[in-house]
Write a protein that binds this ligand. Structure first.
Ligand code: OAD
Length: 238
């Protein structure tokens, strides 16, 4: 794949809440974002879950229910098309817990912050599909323990999933692209520096300046649907 005259083979794409915004899902930190309406420390920490599990179940049940009323947008579809292109080596890592990349046709999606569509049993460590609404009385489908299921979400203070694999991909890519992420939450906010140190070209797509914009070599400012589709068109045309 060619990109501005350079040979591009391996691409790592990091997506954040901004890629799903045009599908109708709220981001976290924009005006009217989820963390404007809720204190993340009351929802997205193990301590919050221990203190008020009903609140945490309600929050994630509502977000899971919302998935039924939204569709992947042109940016999700373009990334799936890029992944499916012959010869493409595109590693897609997302901070998003929605399933819009999968529903757009992406077969490999690395969910570093977990997924709404699965639940995790704290008794037997099984991860299982989330098929219903959950509460503190829900029972694990594997070990039948009651009251130990939690949303399969990586909360503040917990270790993101798949970091070894992500580190390997960042160390061995030609192009790193971050789409729709504010660059506030680590380790994802540090990926641009990791990829850059290893020689990758780095590109940020965001409708605004992010916290880590200054670490990217290239910037495209605008809505993800427009900018991602344009980028994918260029990469595929190269
Ligand atoms: P944020 O809400 O922090 O940032 C969303 C970013 O998307 C902002 O930089 C916006 O400018 C940008 N944006 C919004 N709409 C856009 C659009 N249509 N096109 C392009 N860019 C757009 O979301 P994240 O960076 O994903 O973790 O947040 C990181 C993590 O913080 C989340 O995974 C979540 C949260 O706490 C967990 O819940 C575990």
């Amino acid at each position: 794949m060619m990109f501005q005259g350079r040979f591009i083979k391996r691409v790592v794409i990091l997506t954040g809440a901004g890629i799903s915004a045009e599908s109708g899902l709220s981001t976290f930190r924009d005006a009217d974002g989820l963390w404007e309406q809720h204190d993340p420390m009351e929802i997205a920490t193990p301590e919050a879950f221990a203190r008020d599990p009903a609140l945490v179940y309600r929050f994630y049940n509502a977000r899971r229910d919302q998935l039924a009323s939204v569709q992947p947008n042109a940016a999700h579809l373009a990334l799936a098309q890029l992944q499916q292109a012959p010869g493409a080596e595109v590693f897609l890592v997302t901070q998003n817990v929605d399933d819009l990349h999968e529903r757009a046709g992406s077969e490999q999606v690395c969910h570093m912050h977990g997924e709404l569509r699965s639940m995790l049993c704290q008794a037997c460590d099984s991860v299982m599909p989330a098929l219903a609404s959950y509460d503190a009385a829900s029972t694990c489908a594997h070990c039948n323990t009651r009251g130990k299921l939690r949303p399969d979400i990586v909360w503040f203070g917990e270790m993101p999933y798949h970091m070894d694999l992500i580190d390997l991909k960042l160390a061995d890519c030609d192009l790193f692209v971050a789409v729709g992420t504010s660059g506030v939450v680590y380790p994802a906010a540090g990926f641009v520096r990791q990829a850059g140190i290893h020689g990758a070209t780095t590109l940020e797509i965001n409708k605004e300046i992010s916290e880590v914009s200054n670490h990217f070599q290239l910037h495209r400012q605008g809505p993800a649907t427009r900018e991602v589709t344009a980028l994918v068109r260029e990469l595929l045309a190269g």
